[in-house]
Design a protein around this ligand. Structure first.
Ligand code: HEC
Length: 166
């Protein structure tokens, strides 16, 4: 499939070899998810639509971190990483019982394995803060972001349904 974001994503993938990052940012599925962002307006108001918006924001922040690394300006990863860290708690609050269906890709496992879901979220906050700290202090932003993207992938692998049609 052709999409304007595709070549951008490929470039990110080239710049950052880590498999987790590639899976999180540059996979065709993610590009399609971003291309389908306008579908969010079709989601019901309330927790499903709200968490979708936050995830879309995190997707944009993730791309900004990849772009900063690719441009050789790791310090510019600080703001998007801090933004991810700041949004995690709100995101985790948006999974009330029964908030499935209506185009949501949330798996039932979120409610049967809630502690595991929440702990990956808590770890994302720690790892995103570490990315921001590394970016501000001249640390290893690439290593820190690879660790952070591991949490995105881990949670999606366990708790997010594949896109319809895959
Ligand atoms: C604690 C679990 C968890 C973590 C951590 C997580 N996500 Fe998600 N993400 C989800 C779930 C669940 C959905 C699907 C939500 C729905 O459809 O109701 C999702 C959906 C998405 C979507 C598609 C938009 C949507 O709502 O369908 C994008 C883009 C996304 N996540 C990016 C990221 C990025 C980037 C990170 C890491 C910086 C991340 N996510 C971390 C659970 C998580």
């Amino acid at each position: 499939m052709k999409h304007p974001n595709r070549s951008d994503s490929r470039a990110v993938a080239r710049g950052l070899a880590a498999a987790a990052l590639v899976a999180a940012i540059a996979s065709p599925a993610t590009v399609r998810a971003q291309a389908a962002a306008h579908d969010a307006h079709a989601l019901p108001a309330g927790p499903i639509g709200d968490r979708h918006e936050i995830m879309e924001d995190m997707g944009r922040s993730a791309k900004a971190i990849g772009a900063a690394l690719k441009a050789g300006k790791p310090a510019e990863a600080a703001a998007p990483a801090a933004d991810i860290a700041a949004k995690v708690d709100d995101f985790l609050k948006l999974f009330p019982d029964g908030s499935v269906g209506h185009g949501s890709r949330a798996k039932a496992a979120i409610w049967s394995e809630r502690a595991k879901f929440d702990s990956i979220g808590a770890d994302l906050k720690v790892k995103a803060t570490a990315v921001a700290d590394a970016a501000k202090s001249g640390g290893d932003v690439k290593a820190a972001s690879n660790a952070m993207f591991g949490d995105c992938k881990s949670c999606h692998d366990q708790f997010r349904e594949p896109e319809p049609g895959q």
